[in-house]
Ligand binder design. Structure first.
Ligand code: CAA
Length: 239
């Protein structure tokens, strides 16, 4: 039963929304977290029937409270998707300390927060699938993203460590590293920068959110039980 409950951070928009939908299609009861955009979350809930829960993943206490509530209502969570992420792009020599902290806390500390809160019950149940959404920019670096690249690269090291810790307890941990995907995040980029990046993608186009969702859904499945500590690039051949 616990195997069939999936929790997705940042799960109501962009890549996260497609992950939530893919998991629902695969038969999971999905709970999708969001932080601020009530309107988008309501629309998502109405369209998909997926339960949404609002809290700030960068705050440990909020995560603890939310996880307690979910465990109480649904029993153990079998699948955790660490997807929530923000950008605060800017050259490092001009980057305010707050932009570093915000991106590290939302994109990396969040994974610690949720995994730390769910790992004990996954260990007890001897089952868990933890999938963290990194980025091509963690692998190759990107102008103006020292904070984002550091946080997303941190998810890779984090995953490799917990893959070792979880292995004998039936818990796998993997990373999916998307390239440039059609979401609000990439839509907010300067148009000329985005055009120049897309021109460097061998497949000649940006990725689509469902192209990430389908892989995540596979990694969450029982079929993926021998895959752990791995990083999957989904970037149209860009890197
Ligand atoms: N490659 C080479 N040179 C670059 C460059 C790049 N990618 N980006 C900027 N530069 C150069 C500019 O050409 C310019 O050079 P000159 O001074 O010689 O003209 C110089 O750097 C300064 O550039 P800007 O005037 O654009 O500086 P800025 O401070 O206004 O903005 C920036 C810089 C923040 C990096 C901006 O260009 C930007 O937002 N870039 C997009 C960063 C990006 O790719 N973000 C990804 C968001 S999506 C995401 O993160 C999802 C994911 O996982 C992929």
């Amino acid at each position: 039963m616990s195997k069939k409950i999936a929790f997705v951070t940042g799960g109501t928009r962009g890549i996260g929304a497609e992950i939530s939908k893919s998991l629902k299609e695969a038969g999971y009861i999905v709970i999708a977290n969001y932080n601020s955009n009530d309107k988008a979350a309501e629309k998502f809930k109405k369209e998909t029937g997926i339960e949404v829960i609002k809290f700030d993943v960068s705050k440990f206490k909020e995560c603890e409270k939310a996880v307690d509530k979910i465990l109480e209502e649904h029993g153990a969570v079998g699948v955790l998707i660490n997807n929530a992420g923000i950008t605060k792009d800017g050259f490092l020599h001009k980057m305010p300390e707050g932009d570093w902290d915000d991106v590290l806390n939302t994109n990396l500390k969040s994974a610690f927060n949720l995994t730390r809160c769910l790992m004990p019950s996954m260990r007890d149940n001897k089952y868990g699938r933890i999938i963290s959404i990194s980025s091509i920019n963690a692998q190759k670096g990107q102008f103006g993203q020292a904070n984002y690249c550091a946080a997303k690269a941190g998810l890779i090291g984090f995953t490799k460590a917990i893959a070792l810790e979880g292995a004998r307890r039936g818990i796998t941990a993997n990373v999916v590293a998307p390239g440039y995907i059609e979401t609000d995040m990439t839509a907010a980029m300067p148009a000329d920068v985005l055009t120049s990046i897309v021109s460097q993608i061998p497949l000649g186009r940006m990725g689509r959110p469902h192209e990430i969702g389908s892989l995540v859904s596979y990694l969450a499945s029982e079929d993926a039980s021998y895959i752990t500590g791995a990083v999957f690039s989904v970037n149209g051949g860009q890197y």
